[in-house]
Design a protein around this ligand. Structure first.
Ligand code: SIN
Ligand code: FE
Length: 316
């Protein structure tokens, strides 16, 4: 089961601290900072808190793409507000990345900056389609951004001045994979189902490869990504699991920050409004416990490689 690790109690010295933090994260724990550990100007926080929901229910949040300096999901507001929000998200992306790079330099040397997001909607009672619901326990897999076995590292900050953000966790990916994907489990069936229902199977996959070769922005997923996405859906659709699995409830107070590999830490958000989040895709080469990575766990359960690139390029 996932536990919360208060970073105030880490070993001293940057190297021992980095090693310890990496191990905690890779084992499936959450690193917790009671206070925001990076610069977030009060004016920016106030502006974010004044933003109303964007209205369009299909937008789960407002996303910022740091590599393109682009904002999406912000539909209803004037140009001036959009520019201000973009500037705030740009500054947030810069300062949170600087903080995380100092804490975890080995990851930072081998990560790709993914999206940042601002989450202005109240999570309790949100009406989303089942697979998009975040109040059901799951491990993350992004259909539009396959990782080829690399890891999804995310940092969250609750900027709500009065209300906590409430999460549930259950067993980590390791335990879930053993329960559901172990001998006699559903892994192969899930993998096959994923391939036959997604558009990048068969001829589709050949086209995706061609698109990649031509430099087009198409997602090239590996069998690992297909399986992780199928597992994400499987967990959300599994009512018995959702109702009966052992759960731990976490309340992240106003101003606190937490970090997790969300492809390893199962999670559901039950309540809370106004959070900032940033995602990094960490290469397998930077892990201190590569045998704990979901791709390694799946490959040893299934008995064959699922992400060749990762196996050849990243693992020692
Ligand atoms: C998620 O399920 O990935 C989102 C969690 C959150 O917004 O707190
Ligand atoms: Fe998630």
């Amino acid at each position: 089961m996932t536990t919360l690790i208060n970073v105030d109690n880490t070993p001293r010295g940057p190297e021992a601290r980095e090693r310890w933090c990496s191990e905690q994260l890779e084992e499936g724990n959450i690193l917790f900072f009671p206070e925001t550990p990076f610069e977030l100007p009060e004016n920016d926080r106030e502006f974010l808190l004044s933003q109303q929901q964007s209205g369009a229910a299909y937008h789960k949040n407002i996303a910022y793409r740091p590599r393109q300096d682009r904002l999406t999901g912000f539909s209803k507001h004037g140009r001036e507000d959009q520019e201000r929000l973009r500037a705030i998200m740009r500054a947030y992306s810069g300062s949170v990345t600087q903080f995380l790079s100092a804490l975890l330099p080995q990851y930072a040397g081998a990560w790709r900056l993914d999206f940042a997001s601002f989450r202005p909607q109240e999570e309790q009672g949100r009406q989303l389609r089942l697979r998009a619901r975040n109040d059901l326990l799951h491990v993350d897999s992004f259909p539009t951004r396959p990782t080829q076995g690399d890891r999804i590292l995310r940092i969250f900050t609750n900027i709500n001045p009065t209300q906590p953000r409430v999460w549930l966790t259950t067993e980590t990916f390791e335990g879930l994979a053993q329960s559901f994907l172990g001998p006699g489990g559903a892994a192969e069936a899930l993998s096959q189902r994923a391939k036959s229902t997604k558009s990048s199977g068969g001829l589709g996959r050949a086209l995706v490869k061609l698109g990649c070769a031509l430099g087009l922005p198409v997602a090239d997923s590996s069998p690992y990504d297909d399986l992780m996405l199928a597992f994400h859906h499987f967990l959300k659709e599994n009512r018995e699991f959702q109702e009966t699995c052992p759960k731990t409830r976490w309340e992240f107070p106003p101003g606190s920050t937490w970090i997790a590999f969300t492809d390893m830490v199962s999670h559901a958000v039950l309540a809370g409004q106004f959070a900032l989040e940033h995602t990094y895709i960490v290469s397998g080469s930077a892990l201190v416990l590569p045998h704990k990575a979901p791709v390694s766990i799946l490959e040893s359960l299934i008995g064959h490689p699922l992400a060749n690139q990762w196996a050849e390029g990243s693992r020692q």
